[in-house]
Structures are given as structure tokens and as C-alpha cells.
Design a protein around this ligand. Structure first.
Ligand code: DHY
Length: 351
């Protein structure tokens, strides 16, 4: 256990993804999602959403293996970057100090191989660019406001929850069964439902990164836009209303299969006694408030994670039951009203 205090983390701030074809990725992230290009060259594209004034919230870097290269948290001050280095050195994991500009637009930073196997960066200083909040002349009908959260796949959710709790994150919601098996947990630093979600499964893998819009209409427009492009197969799940978080959601797959969530309407969690919501894993409305089934790919697939030398991380299997084995959405193993018999009609058992 650490004697060094943890860094004061403000929020999830940016992700760096390795993609195989920058032009194809650009067509998706800029052409469809409308993200703003801060800088691009032959190796990388640096993107931000309309309300963001830091250099980027997403880096797409060309590389041989589509993967996650880093998840970055912003900390409260430059001194907190040093605190992060001390904290992880005391934990005994690999810590790399990065000079200003090692990632374009980012100041002095620290990257660590965290105990869950993820490449995590901490930074404070960053280049400021135009915040395009009021640039309605360039915002489309599907305008995205900001990065909202990361969702990672990890085999032991309680262990991951405890690690993040030591970093100062609090749980907003989780999914458990009557025996206390924890299938997933949502944790936050900023005053929303989450900055990081922990999904139980073979890990480390990246489940998705999520961007927020202001309204549901923007999410629906993205669906319409994809339909018009005859790219409806980029829509993996939704649109729908989450049970957990109460957010309106859409999951998309980028050209390399990285999953991107578009998310809006979650709620304020900032008071110190914010109540934790625990869902029964057999509640059909936990993941989709309307009881629509969760497609199996959403449980099964996730992105490879790279170590600090850009090598793919080996996976550790989950030993406890997988959520997809005990219930997939409204699949007849689950309930809508706890004591009713489940008909399972949404998967077509009526025929
Ligand atoms: C849920 C998943 C998310 C999220 C909030 C809630 C639960 C679910 O519907 O699967 O990715 O951001």
C-alpha cells in the first residue's frame, strides 16, 4: 500500500489509438462524427470536440496493430504530474517521464504501466486552442461536445475498483448478482457518472471511449448520417437509453473495430454522499432501459492494449462468471419485473 498520496486527477482527458489506415479513420472521425482536426500529418491526426480547448481529446496514430496506446488523465497541477511519478514508482510499476511535446500539444507528462496492465498518462500542461462552442457555422447536426469517459475490460472488477478507489475515484453504479459477484462498475472524478468504467472480462483490453453530445437529436442524426452513407454496419448497439447512468447512447465501430460510444443525459454526482446504484445482473433494464437485448459482440469484442514499448499485452482471463453467460439483455435468463416469468420474446422465442 502506498505512503505517497495519489495525484489529484481531474478527469479522463484523451486517448491515443493506433489505427491501420489514417484516411479511413479520418473519414469516420472527421467525416461522420465531425470532430475538429487540430493537427495532422502522415503519421497521426489530433482531434478535439467542439467545447474542448486543449489541443486534443483523441490521437489517431498510424501503426501495424490496431490498439490502444494510452489513456490520459488530466491532473490538477504540474506538481501532480510529479506526484503521479512518485506514486507509481512506490507501487513498483514502470514509470516513464515524457518531455513537453513528446505527445504534440501536451506538456511534461508521466506514462505508467498501471497495475491493471494499461498504459496510463498523467499531464497538466497542454496547448490551448480555439474552443468552438459557439461556432454554429461549422457544427453539424450531430455535433459532439467533449470526451466523456473510458471503459476498460479487466478480469477482476473488485480489484480494479479498489485500485481506482485508492486513486480517489468513487463508484456511481455497479452490476452485481445475489452472490456478490461484480460484473461491472462505473467510477468518477469529475461530477458525472463516470470517467472510467470497469467491464469484467479477459483483460487488459479497451472496451470503448465515449464522447458526449448535448442532446439526443445529435445522436439520432449520427445514425441517419450513417444510414445515408450506407454504413449502418458501423452501428453496433443502440441508439437506446442505458439503465446504468440513465444516459442516451449509441455504440459505433470505427474502421479498425475500435468501439466509440456517443453519450448524453447522465446526471450530477458531485455531492460527497452521492448514492451508489447497484443493479441486479438479471435485470433486463440494467443495460438498456427499454429492455432491448445487448448484441453478443458488445460483450465479446474489445481493443488490444499496448505496453509502454508498443507491444500487445497478453490477456488474463476472468475467473468469475461472465455477464454474457448469465444474461444477454432480454434473453429469458432475466427479468423485467423480478417475480414474473420471463417470456424472452425480444429474441424471437415466440415463433
Ligand atoms: C452502460 C454502459 C456504458 C455507459 C453507461 C452505462 C451500461 C450498459 O447499458 O451497457 O458504456 O457509458
Amino acid at each position: 500500500m502506498n505512503t505517497t498520496p495519489p495525484p489529484d486527477i481531474i478527469r479522463s482527458a484523451y486517448a491515443e489509438l493506433i489505427v491501420s489506415d489514417l484516411a479511413a479513420s479520418r473519414a469516420f472521425y472527421v467525416g461522420v462524427l465531425g470532430l475538429v482536426v487540430t493537427f495532422e500529418d502522415d503519421d497521426a491526426i489530433y482531434l478535439r470536440a467542439f467545447e474542448e480547448y486543449l489541443h486534443h481529446s483523441l490521437v489517431l496514430r498510424r501503426g501495424p496493430v490496431p490498439a490502444l496506446a494510452a489513456l490520459a488523465y488530466r491532473v490538477r497541477s504540474a506538481a501532480d504530474v510529479e506526484t503521479a511519478a512518485d506514486y507509481y514508482e512506490e507501487l513498483g510499476v514502470r514509470v516513464e517521464r515524457r518531455a513537453p511535446g513528446a505527445t504534440r500539444g501536451i506538456g511534461a507528462a508521466v506514462r505508467v504501466a498501471d497495475p491493471l496492465g494499461f498504459p496510463i498518462e498523467f499531464f497538466y500542461d497542454a496547448e490551448h486552442v480555439e474552443r468552438m462552442t459557439r461556432r454554429y457555422d461549422v457544427q453539424g447536426a450531430g455535433a459532439i461536445s467533449r470526451l466523456d469517459h473510458f471503459n476498460i475490460v479487466t478480469p477482476d472488477v473488485p480489484a480494479a475498483r479498489d485500485y481506482y478507489a485508492r486513486l480517489g475515484f468513487r463508484v456511481s453504479e455497479d452490476i452485481q448478482d445475489d452472490d456478490g459477484v461484480v460484473y461491472a462498475a462505473w467510477m468518477f472524478r469529475k461530477a458525472t457518472v463516470h470517467d472510467i468504467a470497469l467491464t469484467g472480462g479477459a483483460g487488459p483490453r479497451l472496451h470503448h471511449i465515449a464522447f458526449a453530445t448535448h442532446e439526443r437529436s445529435q445522436i439520432l442524426h449520427i445514425c441517419d448520417h450513417l444510414g445515408t452513407l450506407r454504413e449502418s454496419d458501423r452501428i453496433e448497439r443502440g441508439p437506446g437509453r442505458h439503465g446504468v447512468s440513465n444516459a442516451f447512447y449509441l455504440y459505433l465501430l470505427d474502421p479498425d473495430g475500435h468501439r466509440i460510444e456517443i453519450y448524453t443525459h447522465d446526471y450530477y454526482t458531485g455531492d460527497p454522499d452521492n448514492p451508489v446504484v447497484t443493479w441486479d445482473v438479471h435485470d433486463n433494464q440494467r443495460r438498456d432501459w427499454w429492455g432491448n437485448p445487448v448484441v453478443p459482440s458488445w460483450y465479446a469484442n474489445a481493443s488490444t492494449v499496448l505496453d509502454l514499448d508498443a507491444h500487445p499485452m497478453a490477456l488474463t482471463e476472468r475467473t468469475e462468471a461472465a455477464e454474457s453467460d448469465v444474461t444477454i439483455g432480454a434473453d429469458g435468463f432475466s427479468y423485467t419485473r423480478r417475480d414474473d416469468a420471463e417470456t424472452g420474446f425480444k429474441l424471437g422465442t415466440q415463433v
